[in-house]
Write a protein that binds this ligand. Structure first.
Ligand code: ATP
Ligand code: MG
Length: 207
């Protein structure tokens, strides 16, 4: 019997959540034999201060809707209920405290996002907190990244996985909505309906 639980954490702005996030979480779940994946929408993302981010409540609810049918997926309010900017390392420390030593944490992220979260300066702080699962995205040059970030890599527990090439991004979905182009098949239908209902990502929206 296995005594240690394996918990995946999928952090993101999820503005909005899309199939790229869902496929990545599912792939990590299966490849790393995780018990569940906890989606963690950021409160005020520390790295995205340049544009107005949709209200946390909308982003949270869209993430709930998108993951509702999957018994292995959950959504956490931890970061959105915490005041101030969100830093991944603080979240991992808090999760460690919540779940205790018998839960192993796996932080799932896009390979390109890893280097924004963990600069070589603070890589040491992540050591022992969680294993990173970095999903490679379309057009990503893994070898070049390994070379460029060798210093951070040496200090981190990090594994790379390949996800089916999904060139989907929240940025593209937002501009599609603004330009009245389709987003069907890029995000679950229920999320697309939610975006339409609350007129998100439109000039005349009420988010
Ligand atoms: P934005 O375009 O606003 O930056 P995004 O599509 O990158 O949004 P985020 O919420 O920023 O979405 O991403 C959350 C996490 O999911 C990040 O670790 C990111 O690298 C990863 N991710 C985003 N899109 C994909 C995708 N298509 N395939 C795999 N991973 C993805
Ligand atoms: Mg992004």
């Amino acid at each position: 019997m296995r005594t240690t639980a394996r918990l995946g954490i999928m952090g993101g702005t999820f503005d909005p959540v899309h199939f790229g996030h869902l496929v990545t979480a599912e792939e990590a779940l299966v490849q790393f034999n995780l018990d569940r994946v906890l989606f963690m929408p950021t409160g005020r993302p520390a790295r995205k201060t340049d544009r107005e981010v949709t209200s946390a409540e909308h982003r949270y609810l869209m993430t709930v809707i998108a993951t509702a049918a999957n018994p292995d997926f959950d959504v956490s309010r931890m970061e959105i209920d915490r005041a101030g900017l969100s830093y991944t390392v603080d979240t991992l420390v808090a999760l460690r405290e919540t779940y205790g030593p018998h839960t192993e944490l796996f932080f799932i992220t896009g390979a390109d996002a890893v280097w924004e979260i963990v600069t070589w300066k603070d890589a040491e702080r992540f050591k022992g907190l969680a294993t990173f699962i970095a999903a490679t995205r379309p057009g990503y040059d893994l070898d070049a990244a390994r070379e460029e970030h060798a210093e951070a890599l040496a200090a981190l527990d990090i594994e790379f996985i390949e996800v089916p090439s999904l060139a989907i991004s929240s940025t593209d979905i937002r501009s599609r909505v603004a330009e009245r182009r389709p987003i069907r098949y890029l995000t679950p239908e229920a999320v697309a309906s939610y975006i339409q209902k609350y007129r998100l990502y439109r000039e005349d929206g009420r988010s």
